[in-house]
Structure formats: structure tokens, C-alpha cells
Design a protein around this ligand. Structure first.
Ligand code: SAM
Length: 199
């Protein structure tokens, strides 16, 4: 039964199905310790990710998808099922990003509608956002103080270059911060996620 299997093996179903390594179960203790200082690695549930993307009624081909804190790249692989113009992952820990790159190389091409995927080592609080329309994915990416910096940076980018930006926020613990920033308004969601569009 799926529940028993999850209890015993953790979040490995996706990896078995697609022959990749995105589980948190195989993270080395040194990486785990570093994760505790920022935000520990945990991959998004595929069902939740697809529900969020399917609730977003936009022309994906006009947008760049960005995963803030992309870890081993599961959200990047899932996003490649949609016809984005480009997919970008930003991850603080090089050892996780190296695995993400291997996963991108191994993932079956015939399942992808976007193969323009880049996984980068970078501090997500300091990134220079691409100048296109953006779909930004957030899943427990940053502790509170860093989330504040991320939002201020995003605000600055929007001020310099106004463009459509959507936030897909899974398990949105800091949704109130996004709401209080007048550039975004809540356009959908459930108990598990929040969707924000241009305000
Ligand atoms: C909960 S995991 C999300 C993984 C991925 N987004 C997914 O859905 O499969 C959070 C990730 O954010 C990364 N992270 C934490 N602080 C960061 C920062 N300042 N810049 C970039 N990545 C960061 C962590 O190393 C971790 O891999």
C-alpha cells in the first residue's frame, strides 16, 4: 500500500518511477547539518506540485519558472512537464545542486515539454531575477529573515522592470508577508498552497 511504503521508505516513489535521486533519505549528515542552518532539504510532493501548476491558467511558453532553493531538483523535473520558455533552479548547497544536475541529465526527454533547464549554486536572497515574466516556486525555501530579503529583492526587481510575476507557494507559512506586499494578490490556493498573481 502506498502509505505503508511511504512510512517505510520515505519519499522515494517519484525516484523509483523516474530513475532519479531526489529523496531526502540519502542526504549525507554533513549536508543535513548545513541544511539546519538555512532550510533543510525536502522534495515537494508531485501531486501537490501538479495541482498548483494546473491551477495556474497562463500561457507557460511566455514564462521562466524559478525554484527558490531547488535542492536535488525535483521541482525542476516536474516543471519540465510544462511548456515553460526556461526553467531555473537556485540552490545554496553545491552538493545538492550537483545531484540536481545529474537528475536533469538522466530524466527521460520524452516526458519533457521544456528542456531548457539550468540548476545554479547561488544565494536566493541575492539573485538577479531574469527580465521575463516569472513563475516563482517556493516550498519552505528560506528562514524568515531570508524570506524578507528575498521579497525585498523581488520588489526591487519589479520596480525596475514591471512584468507579470506569479508566486506558487507550497505550505505557505509566510503567506502573510507576501499578502502585505502590495505587488501581489492571492488568486487561488487550498489548505496546502497559495497562488499569488500581479497585484
Ligand atoms: C524544502 S527544500 C525545497 C526543495 C525543492 N524546492 C523542491 O521542492 O523539491 C529547501 C531548499 O532551499 C535551500 N536553501 C536554503 N536557503 C537558501 C538560500 N539562501 N539560497 C538558495 N537555496 C537555499 C536548501 O538548501 C534546500 O535545498
Amino acid at each position: 500500500m502506498p502509505d505503508r511504503r511511504r512510512q517505510r521508505y520515505g519519499d522515494v516513489d517519484y525516484d523509483w518511477e523516474y530513475r532519479v535521486d531526489t529523496t531526502s533519505a540519502t542526504i549525507r549528515w554533513r549536508t543535513r547539518l548545513r541544511g539546519l542552518l538555512h532550510s533543510p532539504y525536502q522534495p515537494v510532493e508531485p501531486e501537490l506540485f501538479r495541482a498548483m501548476l494546473n491551477a495556474l491558467h497562463i500561457d507557460f511558453t511566455r514564462f521562466t519558472f524559478i525554484d527558490i532553493g531547488s535542492g536535488k531538483g525535483r521541482a525542476l523535473l516536474l516543471a519540465s512537464e510544462y511548456p515553460f520558455e526556461r526553467i531555473l533552479g537556485v540552490e545554496l548547497l553545491p552538493e545538492l545542486n550537483q545531484i540536481a544536475r545529474e537528475n536533469i541529465r538522466k530524466f527521460p526527454r520524452h516526458l519533457q515539454r521544456c528542456s531548457n533547464i539550468e540548476a545554479r549554486v547561488e544565494d536566493a536572497t541575492k539573485i538577479s531575477f531574469p527580465p521575463q515574466g516569472l513563475v516563482i516556486f517556493l516550498f519552505h525555501p528560506l528562514p524568515e529573515a531570508d524570506f524578507v530579503k528575498f521579497l525585498a529583492n523581488l520588489n526591487g526587481s519589479l520596480e525596475t522592470l514591471p512584468r507579470p510575476i506569479y508566486l506558487l507557494y507550497a505550505h505557505p507559512v509566510f503567506a502573510g508577508m507576501v499578502e502585505s506586499c502590495r505587488r501581489f494578490k492571492r488568486i487561488g490556493g487550498s489548505e496546502q498552497y497559495a497562488l499569488f498573481g500581479p497585484g
